[in-house]
Design a protein around this ligand. Structure first.
Ligand code: IPE
Ligand code: IPE
Ligand code: MG
Length: 253
């Protein structure tokens, strides 16, 4: 048991490394509601949401979390007003520029998943720059899902598989789960162990459909701009106490 002072200094000291998630994925929801409740424009919620991204990434790196995946923009979010979308693109671009030195200092690798279509060229350029610069880092892998949709990802993966089969480089009879995993945007990443959603909705909203088959779900009523380090710790602590059975039976461990 940790001492009281050790607990205060390191709040997760009592959660052993093997009980912690390797990969945490977060549906960062509720920016608009956070703002509306304060009679502020929705974009103010997005601006405040960036601060939550910063502290969450910083804590993930500090905890040596293997991977953190953040749902930044879904393929369905294009239905929103152009002004809001323009602001989201601006925030994304600013984040890529402003966080670059911090990301390097934190030894974080950035990867982006999703379709590039629809993202302004200048935003793509800043994204690519951060991805390239951080590629050789060896710490926490930060994966940003931007213009991402789980069904679209599966469509793209199936197209690749069909093309390989047509060219004769892939035998349809040899297709297994790994064949599919390897052709998704997330190829090479571990599946999320823990899926966090803020703002209380009990839905997946087209996020990582294939990859979350056995993820533990953790939902908080708090909106994303209100998400604190303590909430992140609570999610990890709750995860550590779950009994993951993967279809088997309780081993009593
Ligand atoms: C999440 O917050 C951010 C994005 C989806 C880009 P929302 O903008 O969805 O906030 P609510 O759900 O309307 O409150
Ligand atoms: C999911 O949130 C997408 C992101 C967090 C980027 P939404 O706000 O788009 O989800 P719905 O519309 O409530 O399902
Ligand atoms: Mg929402």
């Amino acid at each position: 048991m940790p001492t009281a002072s050790a607990t205060a200094a390191e709040p997760l000291a009592d959660v052993p490394a093997q009980r912690r998630p390797r990969h945490v994925a977060i549906i960062m929801d509720g920016n608009g509601r956070w703002a509306q409740r304060r009679h502020l424009p929705r974009i103010e919620g997005h601006r405040r949401g960036v601060a939550s991204v910063r502290r969450t990434v910083e804590e993930a790196a500090r905890l040596h979390l293997d991977q953190l995946t953040l749902y930044c923009l879904s393929s369905e979010n294009w239905k929103r007003p152009q002004r809001e979308l323009d602001f989201l693109m601006h925030l994304l671009e600013q984040y890529m520029i402003e966080e670059r030195s911090t990301i390097m200092r934190q030894n974080v690798t950035v990867r982006v998943i999703g379709r590039r279509e629809g993202i302004p060229t200048a935003t793509l350029a800043e994204m690519d720059k951060t991805v390239e610069l951080s590629a050789a880092n060896t710490g926490t892998r930060l994966c940003l899902a931007i213009n991402y949709g789980g069904r679209g990802e599966l469509v793209d993966g199936v197209r690749r598989i069909a093309e390989e089969a047509r060219r004769g480089t892939l035998d349809p009879a040899a297709i297994d789960e790994q064949t599919i995993s390897d052709r998704l945007y997330t190829a090479g990443m571990p599946d999320p162990d823990l899926l966090v959603r803020t703002a209380g909705e009990m839905r997946i909203s087209n996020f990582l459909l294939w990859q979350i088959s056995y993820a533990e779900l953790w939902v908080t009523e708090k909106c994303w701009p209100e998400f604190e380090i303590a909430d992140f710790h609570q999610a990890i602590r709750d995860f550590a106490s779950r009994d993951r059975k993967f279809g088997g039976i309780n081993t009593g461990g």
